[in-house]
Each structure stands twice: as structure tokens, then as C-alpha cells.
Design a protein around this ligand. Structure first.
Ligand code: FHN
Length: 450
């Protein structure tokens, strides 16, 4: 074999070894839950599915104009964009953002008394103003406002004290002050990624429990990869579907201001909703939803297997508007009696309910020796006071959650309600059944069988 052929062979041999090693290794999937099993996911989601009810808080410099700028009404948290306020002028408003009445412990107690189990607060909305101390941008509450202190830290401490989970909302793609032009990649590199790292690192091992992305404009899998990867800083953290479009990823979908007619199948979901007509505080917005409406929304959402994230827009001084407090207390009063029919429940098993109301349920738990329970949320008492359930199961017991020691009359599949119902908004009857509900399919009798 001549020298040339020998060298050629050696080179080919070397390349046959080197090339595979040199081939770029497949980039690791940035999604921290890419390899999660359904059972692992159920464990991670359990507290959130149990919670069913949370508080959304939209708070920032936009609470200063509170919907009015130079005597013109329009916009809440979007006022800068809607009223085309020049950046320097808008940033000047931060000099008036001094929440001297901010009492995070009181906020958390109000949420807890309402029956809420978690809070999601806007750490940075589209205007770019951060409610936290950030090294990535001076446009934040510590450096740009007389407040001069991080507002998330005391809230995290109050949530920890009262056993409420805390989540951070973060607008990862829109930023009207920090992002110049369309340099989205520069913005992500210089502001969004460093700030998300700060939010995931600086508020304790348990905080945030949720990351709530929003408006994924111009987001691509490549652009969001570093943000997804950062979630590994908080093992077990939940995040929503709004990091990137199509909004099908994350741990739960987020229908906004609406309740899906029949839920979203097996997908976890959370309806976020304003208490009046705006997310951020608007001084003249008195379109408050009634307490009855809010309670029935909560029931309706739980009966379809979802969570309710109900919004508060605090004032620039750091207070919840009184109509919000009144409604939170009214919902809390109902939850004190009926929370068992909401927390940790699953969707209504029936095609059609034989009464005016909704149904939630808790599964039969053999390990704990707990019977299956149906919760009938009765909005209006049937004229004859009777409800016959299309069930094959045996009904072993029935009682109102308001009067658990007073058994209701049960005759086969029919329960008889008291002459008057204790709660005009929704009276809940708990119906214990043997096993998981087996819904009797209503069949119209064939010809001649009538
Ligand atoms: O543009 C935001 C809006 O201001 C608000 O934060 C809602 C809450 O879900 N999200 C976006 C609109 O979908």
C-alpha cells in the first residue's frame, strides 16, 4: 500500500470517529417538564386543582391616572398606549406612585377570608414598570418612585405567613418603556430574561408557585427557550399557556373574562375575570359584578372543572376599593359554609341536571374510606321540593352543607329539600353515593314501549 493511500485511509478513519463527536449535540429541551409523566404532573398540579379559587392583582403606575389623563378618560393598565402618553410623561407619573397605605398582610387576609388559596400579582405589566427591585432596569418601584422599596417581598412574606401561594404575572413580550422599537431579541436578552431570573431567585424557595405569562407577541420557541429554561430554578412551579403562540402549552389554559360553556375537556384551565370592567384601578368604573354573580361564576367554573382567578385593581395608595372588599367578604361568607363543594372538586358528571343549579363532585376515596359525594348547588327550589338524580348508584345519605346534622329524606334516587332553602344565591345539598357516579342515560322508550 503506498503512502498516499495509507494517509487517506487514516484521515477517513479519523473523520469517521471525529465527525459524530463534532456534530452539535441535540440542544436539551428547555421545557423543565418535557419528560414529566402524567402521574408526576398530577402531583405537581394537585394543590392548584384543590385550590379552585385565586386572586389576580393588577397594580402599577397606571393606578396613578386611574383611567383619566389630562381630563380624558380611557385605558386602565393600558392608559399609556390608549392615550398615547409620551414615555417621559408616563414615567413622570411614577413620582406619584407612593403606596403609603399598602398593607400586604391585610390584602392576603382579605383573599384568605374570601376563600382564595392563591394570589397572582403583576410583577411587571406592559408599561415595563417593575414592582420589584431589578438590576436589569431602573424603571422600577425602588429607583423610579418615592416608594423606594420592593413591593413583592412583603407580599411574599404575608402569603407565607397565611398559607397562601403567590404567583407572579410577567409581560414577557410587551414593554412600552424598556423596549425600544422592535428589538425584541435585545429586550429579551437585556431585560426580560434577567428580570425573570430575579423573580425566580429572590423571593424564597416557595415563591413564585406560579408564573403567569401574558400576550406572547413575537415570541417563538427559540426566543422563549431561555425563559422556559429559567423555570428550572423553581422545581414544581406551574406556568400558564401564554408564553408562546399557539397558546396550547404550559400547565393550564386561561380563558379571559369568560367561562367555557362545557369546560376544556381534560385540560386544566383557569378563567381570569375582572370584578368591574377593568383590570387596573379606574376611579370612575363602578360596573361592579354583584356578589351573587361572583359566587355563581365560581360555582359554574368549578362545575366545569376550572379555577377562578378573580381580579382586584388596587389604588395608587395601596388600597383595595371598598366595593371589592364588600364582595370578597360576601363570597367568603358563602365559602365558609360551602367551600367543601368547591375545593378539590371535579366537574359535573351529568349531561343534564334535573334542577336549576350546578353540580360538582368529589370522587369515592377507598383508601380514606370516603364515599363519593355529589354537591347539588340549588339556585331555585323545585316546586315540589324534590330532586331525582339520573343515577344507577345507591344514595346513602343526603344533607345541606348549611345544616349537616339534619339528614334529608332520601327515597331511592330522590331527595327531598326543606320547605325553604337557607341561601338564596345557592344552597348546596351533599349527596353521598356508593362508588363513582354511574349516570343513568335517559333513553326515550322505543315505539310501543310507552
Ligand atoms: O393586555 C393584558 C391585559 O392588560 C390584562 O393583563 C389581561 C389579564 O389576563 N391580559 C392581557 C389581555 O389579554
Amino acid at each position: 500500500m503506498n503512502r498516499l493511500t495509507y494517509n487517506t485511509l487514516l484521515t477517513a478513519l479519523a473523520l469517521s470517529v471525529v465527525v459524530p463527536m463534532a456534530r452539535a449535540a441535540e440542544p436539551a429541551n428547555p421545557d423543565p417538564y418535557a419528560n414529566e409523566t402524567p402521574a408526576q404532573r398530577d402531583v405537581r398540579m394537585q394543590w392548584w386543582r384543590e385550590a379552585r379559587f385565586g386572586m389576580f392583582i393588577h397594580w402599577g403606575v397606571y393606578a396613578v391616572p386611574a383611567g383619566v389623563y389630562k381630563d380624558k378618560k380611557g385605558g386602565a393598565e393600558w392608559i399609556m398606549a390608549i392615550q398615547k402618553i409620551p414615555k417621559a410623561e408616563y414615567q413622570g407619573l411614577a413620582k406619584q406612585f407612593n403606596p403609603v397605605k399598602y398593607d400586604p398582610d391585610a390584602w392576603v387576609r382579605l383573599a384568605k377570608e374570601a376563600g382564595m388559596k392563591y394570589i397572582v400579582i403583576t410583577s411587571k405589566h406592559h408599561d415595563g414598570f417593575a414592582l420589584f427591585d431589578s438590576k436589569a432596569s431602573d424603571w422600577n418601584v425602588v429607583k423610579a418612585s418615592p416608594c423606594g422599596k420592593d413591593l413583592l417581598k412583603p407580599l411574599a412574606e404575608a402569603c407565607r405567613k397565611h398559607g397562601i401561594k403567590l404567583g407572579f404575572y410577567y409581560s414577557q413580550a410587551q414593554d412600552w418603556c424598556n423596549k425600544t422599537g422592535n428589538h425584541v431579541d435585545d429586550y429579551l436578552r437585556d431585560v426580560a430574561v434577567p428580570q425573570v431570573r430575579e423573580l425566580l431567585s429572590n423571593y424564597g424557595d416557595d415563591t413564585p408557585a406560579i408564573f403567569w405569562w401574558d400576550t406572547p407577541y413575537d415570541m417563538t420557541p427559540q426566543r422563549v427557550a431561555p425563559l422556559l429554561d429559567l423555570l428550572k430554578l423553581k422545581p414544581g412551579i406551574l406556568h400558564n399557556n401564554r408564553l408562546v403562540r399557539p397558546e396550547v402549552g404550559g400547565d393550564f389554559s386561561t380563558p379571559e373574562r369568560k367561562i367555557p360553556a362545557t369546560g376544556l375537556g381534560d385540560r386544566d384551565w383557569e378563567t381570569c375575570m375582572t370584578m368591574n370592567s377593568n383590570w387596573g384601578y379606574v376611579s370612575y368604573d363602578n360596573q361592579w359584578k354583584s356578589g351573587e354573580n361572583l359566587i355563581r361564576n365560581l360555582i359554574d367554573i368549578a362545575s366545569k372543572g376550572g379555577n377562578y382567578l378573580l381580579n382586584i385593581g388596587p389604588t395608587a395608595e395601596g388600597e383595595f376599593p371598598q366595593p371589592c372588599i364588600d364582595r370578597l367578604q360576601q363570597v367568603g361568607k358563602w365559602m365558609k359554609v360551602n367551600g367543601e363543594a368547591i375545593y378539590g372538586t371535579r366537574a359535573n358528571p351529568f349531561e343534564k341536571l334535573p334542577f336549576d343549579g350546578r353540580c360538582t363532585r368529589k370522587p369515592f376515596d377507598a383508601a380514606q374510606g370516603k364515599p363519593g359525594k355529589l354537591f347539588l348547588h340549588v339556585y331555585r327550589r323545585p316546586a315540589n321540593g324534590k330532586i331525582t338524580l339520573p343515577l344507577s348508584n345507591t344514595i346513602t345519605k343526603a344533607y345541606l352543607l348549611a345544616t349537616p346534622d339534619a339528614a334529608l329524606t332520601v327515597a331511592d334516587k330522590t331527595i327531598t329539600l326543606p320547605d325553604s332553602l337557607p341561601d338564596p344565591i345557592a344552597t348546596v345539598a351533599a349527596v353521598e353515593i356508593a362508588g363513582e357516579p354511574v349516570v343513568a342515560i335517559e333513553t326515550t322508550p322505543a315505539k310501543g314501549e310507552e
